[in-house]
Design a protein around this ligand. Structure first.
Ligand code: HEM
Length: 486
């Protein structure tokens, strides 16, 4: 009797499990629509483990590449228990980005959401477009946009970068990504809220490394895990910003007219900005800081690798910048780079574009559907995640000839239509990066200071570039840098 009951339980459990697996693998599509092709993987974990295997190349992560080869430019999958559609189709991607604020909204994966998604106050959600998003965007644009760059930010960046590179010459060898990250943090934090890096007791560099590690780590949050340590580091940095807010509110510092002053003033004077609490302001400042140091440091690290692998690119770059110095009047040769000089650069901008294309710092833009979407004969149901696979567009051989080759000259006569449809390192539409102009000016100024004043050699690393799917430099690239005239 017991054996029969046990047998029935096992049979029922087996039927239930098979039914569950079948349902999992064949999710329902609303209105008799057709889901894109692809596999949902195993229950709960989906295909997450396949994505976690790093790809040992700068090429599109093998997870995406294999599936595009198998299913085409749009496929479905499941990652971290979420149904997902990945698209590398330029038309689909353009269409999805145009739906922002309608049938799609910004989405962050777990760790990213915990670190940057929103402030601790749930009323201050920034994912939907609306007044909060508009405010944060304009705050960033008025502090990092073209007007500020034109009005003296470029020479200011030059002076700060030059000072930092001189400090680097004292070190026998330095790991470039870590050094660039903390340089950018110091410069951007100084610009945003007067952070004084010479007199800070905070060990920022270690905190930044800790935060970056969490992005591609497992989403487990308890003492000892990477995410736990990273959230602690984030809260330390937010506390540092909150301390500065308190000092300014108590009038212990003279006004600088910077981003923090502007946010504090708005929080006091504008009744429609109730969400502007100290926590929200510190969270917003932290978000922009992170956006700058992680993305620009990845790009500049890749630049070091490229300049070392392609000496002809370095020579060409040096010629363009030395010509700028030569054109200056006597007595002004040592002047910092000006906005007009920056705007006259051609080859440097091609190098920057090519680095942006190859690196795809944001390999995918994430959106969540709020309604069912019909596109190219497929239905993407509401509440699914759409990954706009930017890296696949940037490295598509049908668009960019020999896509893994670093070839700045491809930008010389490139068709404007190809660029607008396929090249979007800073995103598109109403969410397009608010720091795009700043980032390009920062990189160009850094390259100007580097090639006109310093010489350097790679001491080790740079062979093990991989995608995790973020670009990763393995044990890092190490260099020795010295001043040219010494
Ligand atoms: C090379 C450096 C950078 C790259 C590649 C980059 C990339 C991006 C991308 C792809 C987006 C769009 C995200 C999406 O649509 O899901 C974005 C948005 C954004 N970025 Fe950047 N970014 C860079 C530097 C910066 C810097 C320096 C700042 C600091 C001000 C910044 C601030 C922002 C902000 C505030 C947004 C959100 C814009 C909005 O939602 O309206 N970024 N960035």
């Amino acid at each position: 009797m017991l054996a029969i009951s046990f047998g029935i339980v096992v049979a029922l459990a087996t039927i239930f499990t098979c039914h569950w697996i079948k349902k999992w693998r064949n999710p329902k599509c609303p209105n008799n629509g057709t889901l894109p092709p692809g596999s949902m993987g195993f229950p709960i974990i989906g295909e997450t483990l396949n994505l976690l295997v790093p790809s040992h190349s700068i090429d599109v992560h093998s997870f995406v590449k294999k599936r595009i080869n198998k299913y085409g430019s749009i496929f479905k999958t499941n990652l971290a228990n979420r149904p997902i559609v990945v698209s590398s189709d330029p038309e689909v991607n353009q269409f999805i980005l145009q739906q922002e604020g309608g049938s799609v909204e910004l989405y962050y994966m777990d760790n990213f959401s915990k670190l940057f998604g929103q402030s601790d106050d749930p009323r201050a959600r920034i994912n939907p477009v609306g007044s909060i998003h508009r405010y944060v965007r304009s705050l960033n644009l008025s502090n990092f946009g073209i007007e500020v760059l034109k009005n003296g930010l470029v020479p200011q960046l030059h002076r700060n970068i030059h000072r930092r590179l001189r400090d680097w010459t004292l070190s026998p060898s330095l790991e470039i990504k870590k050094s660039i990250s903390s340089m950018i943090f110091d410069i951007v934090a100084n610009h945003m809220f007067g952070y004084d890096y010479d007199n800070s007791s905070n060990d920022i560099s270690d905190k930044l490394t800790c935060i970056i590690k969490a992005i591609a780590s497992f989403p487990l949050n308890f003492p000892g895990t990477t995410l736990y340590k990273s959230l602690k580091a984030k809260n330390n940095l937010k506390d540092m910003i909150k301390d500065e807010i308190n000092r300014r509110c108590r009038n212990q510092t003279s006004p600088r007219g910077d981003l923090l002053d502007q946010a504090i003033k708005d929080s006091k004077e504008k009744n429609d900005l109730m969400f502007l609490t100290d926590d929200f302001i510190s969270h917003t400042v932290f978000g922009s800081l992170f956006a700058s140091f992680e993305s620009i440091s990845t790009l500049l690290t890749l630049c070091f690798k490229i300049l070392s692998d392609y000496p002809l690119v370095y020579d060409q770059l040096a010629i363009e910048h030395e010509e700028i110095v030569e054109r200056r009047e006597e007595g002004h040769k040592e002047d910092p780079l000006s906005w007009d000089e920056y705007k006259s650069l051609t080859y440097t901008i091609w190098v920057i574009n090519e680095t942006l294309r190859l690196s795809s710092v944001s390999p995918g833009l994430l959106r969540r559907t709020t309604k069912d979407i019909q596109v190219k004969g497929y239905t993407i149901p509401a509440n699914w995640i759409v990954v706009i696979a930017v890296a696949s567009q940037h490295l598509n051989p049908d668009t960019f000839d020999d896509p893994l080759a670093f070839n700045p000259y491809r930008w010389k006569n490139i068709d404007g239509n190809v660029v607008s449809k396929n090249f979007m390192p800073f995103g598109r539409g109403i969410r397009q990066c608010a720091g795009a102009e700043f980032s390009k000016a920062f990189m160009a100024t850094f390259l100007h200071v580097l090639v006109t004043n310093f010489k350097w050699t790679k001491t080790k690393g740079g062979e093990n570039v991989k995608r995790t799917p973020l670009l990763n430099f393995g044990d890092g690239i190490h260099i020795k840098i010295s001043e040219k005239n010494i």
